[in-house]
Unconditional design. Structure first.
Lengths: 270, 307
């Protein structure tokens, strides 16, 4: 009954082209044999080979991955707790402030968050580096996790939990065996979102970093300021590939989870 | 239902669920802001940390009084008197307003097209819009540096098509900044609008058509008003962060009129004037308080409506 009109088709096609063309061009040019970034010199993987010898870049990548992994994990725990508090606890004291602190970082310009966190770290006089960046990223990304998990909890059928508790299942066990598996897809996408946000962040990391902790975005940024280079195209392509693989894997996982759950409901195994 | 779960969990454990994220956010989001406010009232000093007075918790009442007396509004007066800062704020607001309008023009048809596409395409389309948002912000801006540079692909194309004879400079112009912003923030505009349009009851349009309302008028009188919550959320979700945007104007824009994010960055990293940087941040924060509060309310209402 729905027919795609020409206008709608065109606006979607143009919009998607606008979104994807620059990335595609970047990826293609990372395989350019020529050192001149604007001249096409045939296909080659020499810039990838050259990256392998760039130990500073590899070190930065390793630091970034560790920070992203750690901060995403902590953020998922904190963000999930926050979402449960916001959805399930009704009007507890200080809810307004809590909701404000959850939504504000989503839109707050990163320069403000970064500056204020740095001033905190200076005030309490701790060494800046790996841990301070991790704290900064956790603070930002836990709010994104909260929003993701919150929307899942809002559309969630509480009768299953009630059934479990009516059958005498203790609350903590109900949470672990009923609630958690049901909101797991949201946790996974929250984690992946937090991970990629951390992987990507330049501003917070620049403010809260110290000697010895250079993340990949900081490194890429300082290189970009000096101009376009084929090695940068290559490292960017690798980052895009890693992130895209992660996202697609996560969404397939979530889909698989949903499908197997639906099947399980229809054809009970036990 | 919800309360039952809480009561059954036991008050102490339940309190812990709120307390842990609460304490974290107070410690790493709220307290830092108070420190920014405090330092914005301090003076620059050649010391470590580079400002006075430093609050000393060991000193008693006298110390606190001296500390309070040493605070001043000098930095704010300085920001107010220097044209550079005012120009920066105005420039940021202008860029944010113009780009939000551009985003609406580009994003609305895209969201509309998505919402009216055949149902089975929609998950894939949704994924396609979200995917670039997950790819690095910095990399996407860098992709445009590639395209917009003097002998980049855009100019090669324009020259090949003989649209221009001389390659125009794209980088370091406002146009480049607008392109970068619209490109980076497009998903933020499209997704909230798509969410409201997708939920809309299409029989309303059919009813309007049955009653003889032309399609454009039905769009104007029915679809548009119903999509307003999404439009509001999208516009605020874009406008607020764009005001403080740093990376995009830094890599694509000119250094003549800086946006406020850049000014703050320079003040902090190049001039090392922490008190002035803090005052710049505090004023920026005040500018954004009203839109942020509105955004929170829109967000809460949209979430509850989605229930």
């Amino acid at each position: 009954m729905r027919k795609a009109s020409w206008f709608n088709l065109a606006s979607v096609a143009l919009g998607l082209a606008f979104l994807y063309l620059p990335i595609v061009i970047l990826v293609i040019y990372s395989f350019n044999a020529s050192r001149l970034v604007t001249v096409w010199g045939g296909w080659s993987t020499r810039w990838y080979a050259e990256l392998l010898n760039d130990s500073a870049m590899l070190e930065a990548a390793w630091v970034t991955l560790r920070i992203a992994f750690l901060s995403a994990t902590v953020a998922t725990v904190l963000g999930t707790l926050g979402a449960i508090a916001l959805v399930r606890f009704g009007r507890f004291r200080g809810r307004l402030l809590f909701a404000g602190m959850t939504y504000a970082p989503l839109v707050m310009p990163e320069v403000i968050t970064g500056l204020s966190l740095l001033l905190l770290f200076v005030a309490v006089n701790i060494d800046r580096g790996f841990w301070t960046i991790t704290i900064a990223h956790t603070t930002l990304t836990m709010c994104f996790v909260t929003v993701v998990v919150q929307s899942r909890l809002l559309t969630f059928d509480t009768s299953l939990e009630e059934a479990a508790m009516n059958l005498g299942c203790p609350p903590l066990r109900t949470f672990l065996t009923v609630t958690l598996p049901l909101i797991a897809p949201a946790l996974v996408s929250g984690w992946v979102l937090a991970f990629t946000l951390s992987l990507d962040d330049l501003v917070l990391a620049s403010f809260t970093t110290g000697p010895g902790a250079t993340t990949l975005p900081i490194r890429i940024y300082s290189e970009i300021r000096l101009g376009v280079k084929p090695e940068i195209n290559a490292i960017c392509t690798i980052v895009i590939a890693v992130v895209a693989t992660g996202i697609i894997a996560a969404s397939l996982l979530a889909k698989f989870h949903d499908v197997s759950r639906d099947r399980g409901a229809r054809f009970p195994v036990h | 239902m919800a309360d039952g779960a809480v009561q059954a969990t036991g008050p102490r454990r339940a309190r812990l669920v709120v307390l842990i994220p609460y304490v974290w956010l107070v410690a790493f989001f709220l307290v830092p802001f108070l420190i920014v406010l405090k330092i914005s009232l301090s003076q620059t000093a050649i010391a470590q940390p580079p400002y006075v007075p430093v609050f000393d918790p060991a000193a008693d009442w006298e110390g606190l009084k001296q500390f309070l007396a040493a605070l001043s509004f000098e930095n704010y007066a300085f920001i107010g008197s220097d044209w550079l800062y005012l120009a920066s704020y105005l420039k940021s607001l202008e860029v944010a307003a113009v780009s939000t309008a551009l985003l609406l023009v580009v994003g609305f048809p895209l969201a509309y097209g998505m919402a009216r596409a055949p149902r089975r395409w929609q998950p894939a389309l949704f994924m396609l819009i979200v995917l670039p948002f997950w790819t690095s912000f910095l990399i996407r801006i860098y992709a445009w540096v590639n395209i917009l540079q003097r002998d980049g692909l855009l100019n090669q194309l324009l020259l090949a098509l003989r649209i221009v004879d001389e390659p125009p400079a794209w980088l370091s112009t406002d146009t480049a900044v607008y392109i970068g912003i619209v490109y980076s923030y497009l998903p933020f505009m499209v997704l909230p609008i798509y969410a409201t349009l997708e939920r809309m009851d299409e029989s309303l349009i059919e009813a309007a058509a049955d009653l003889g309302c032309p399609r454009w008028k039905a769009f104007w009188l029915v679809t548009l008003p119903l999509s307003l919550p999404g439009v509001m959320a999208g516009a605020l979700l874009c406008f607020i962060p764009i005001v403080g945007e740093f990376v995009i104007p830094d890599l694509l824009g000119s250094s003549q009129t800086m946006m406020i994010g850049q000014t703050l960055w320079t003040e902090f990293f190049a001039n090392k004037d922490w008190p002035v940087a803090s005052a710049v941040a505090a004023v920026l924060l005040c500018l954004l308080v009203v839109p942020t509060v509105i955004y929170q309310q829109v967000q809460t209402r949209n979430l509850e409506r989605g229930r």
